[in-house]
Design a protein around this ligand. Structure first.
Ligand code: TRP
Length: 431
């Protein structure tokens, strides 16, 4: 497998807005045009069930998001473009991952924690109105990514934790069953700012401050006219800092155009004129796509056919891979000879202890897995002998030694004691 695999999904829970376009649809379409990448684009409709219990809305959103991606230039011949629920291997993999991820890791997921904090603040039961689906959200997302062994997942900052959890699941599974998964990486597009909405907060369905991507020209103009500004009069200089209008413009304009507006702000452009400029600039980019979008929305059969063809391509990868994973975990044909593949694969992935001295004069070590991923970090020891003894303790006693050494050792971010125990077990197996 030589090319880099990119994967991105959009939850089918609403109508795409300019924030989705700038933050996800546009960069993903641009990305798909690069040579040497293999990309996966999907409609996360299983994820939508977590938030939405209105079937018509899910169907409509799926159609709208698919049409938006296609109208924005996604070429289903070049990429694998599919609907999550057309790939039954994904929920199956979700279960496998459910069984290797710690519940405690999921307790710390931002979305779940936010719901719990809100309930607690309101004096309610912490889990009041929290579905198990919300709790499991990161596992389903991990399955989306690991199903295709995507290397890079372009996401916003709010999703980084989910990618870390997917890495965690990949490591945990690999420790138990051998090297099946590539730990994915989040790709943060620094140039892609989060777009502010009409009220200046992040553009988001939940704030009800969005501008639909394919609003008509008239609606677009009206909505842009409604973006909050301060009360400075025409002729008064205006500041670009904190101006939602300026930030939205910047997301569409070239750097020269942006500089020109910056100057116009300083020169006291009237808000009405600035809004007209922003409207025309956005419509210049969106206008041609709007026609393609409207034509696609009138032809749902075409979109359905494109998605089903995409699912065939996706399953050409997912079905055989899932077969290997079933084999690995022991869901097997009973006629096959019982083998203990676990011990064999595990040996290949033996981690190493690395000892070193820091500028503070103290002696340290760390435990690094076969992929170079940091698992465990020690604090400073006064002598190399002390460090060495601690290493031997870990090698001989394995995970059982961890509790007694808690003040000397720290697990790497996203690594659980279980993973470290499994890694240490490999030293015992090897002897
Ligand atoms: N959680 C993402 C969102 O709401 C959607 C999503 C689901 C996703 N599965 C994914 C994104 C896998 C990237 C990779 O925006």
């Amino acid at each position: 497998m030589s090319s880099t695999r990119f994967l991105t999904g959009i939850t089918t829970s609403g109508t795409p807005h300019l924030g989705n376009y700038v933050g996800s649809i546009r960069p993903s379409v641009r990305h798909s045009l690069n040579p040497g990448v293999e990309s996966f684009y999907f409609l996360a409709d299983y994820h939508a069930l977590i938030k939405i219990d209105d079937p018509a809305r899910i169907q409509r959103s799926t159609l709208e998001i698919a049409a938006s991606w296609l109208a924005a230039g996604l070429d289903p011949e070049r990429v694998i473009f599919y609907r999550q629920s057309d790939v039954p291997e994904i929920p199956e993999l979700t279960w496998f991952l459910t069984c290797v991820i710690g519940k405690g890791v999921l307790n710390r997921a931002h979305a779940y924690k936010a719901a719990v904090d809100k309930n607690t603040a309101a004096g309610l039961d912490p889990d009041s109105d929290v579905s198990a689906g919300l709790f499991m959200y990161p596992v389903l997302m991990g399955a989306d990514i690991l199903m295709f062994n995507a290397h890079k997942v372009p996401v916003g900052r709010d999703q980084i934790q989910h990618i870390e959890m997917a890495r965690d699941m990949a490591h945990s599974f690999n420790y138990r069953y051998g090297e099946h998964f590539v730990p994915p990486e989040a790709e943060i597009e620094e140039s892609v700012a989060t777009l502010p909405g009409l009220d200046g907060r992040k553009m988001s369905k939940s704030y009800d401050n969005t501008i639909p991507l394919f609003a008509t020209r008239e609606q677009l103009k009206k909505l842009i006219a409604g973006i909050v500004t301060d009360s400075s009069a025409p002729g008064e200089p205006k500041t670009v800092e904190g101006s939602a209008l300026f930030q939205i413009y910047q997301a569409f304009a070239s750097s020269e155009e942006t500089e020109a507006l910056r100057k116009a702000y300083a020169d006291g452009i009237a808000w009405g004129d600035a809004k007209q400029l922003v409207f025309e600039r956005i419509d210049r980019e969106i206008g041609p796509m709007r026609e393609a979008y409207e034509a696609l929305m009138k032809d749902p059969a075409k979109i359905e056919a494109i998605l089903l063809a995409g699912a065939v391509k996706a399953r050409q990868l997912a079905t055989p891979f899932m077969g290997r994973l079933r084999q690995a975990v022991g869901l097997r044909d009973l006629r096959a000879q019982v083998t203990d593949a676990k011990a064999k694969t595990a040996k290949a992935a033996k981690p190493v202890f690395k000892q070193y001295r820091e500028s503070d004069g103290k002696f340290y070590f760390k435990l690094v897995d076969a992929d170079g991923q940091l698992l465990l970090q020690s604090t400073g020891f006064d002598s190399p002998k002390d460090a060495g003894q601690t290493i031997r303790l870990l090698q001989t006693q394995g995970g059982a030694a961890l509790a007694g050494l808690a003040d000397r050792l720290q697990a790497a971010e996203g690594i659980q004691a279980d993973d470290i125990g499994a890694a240490l077990q490999l030293f015992a197996d090897a002897d």
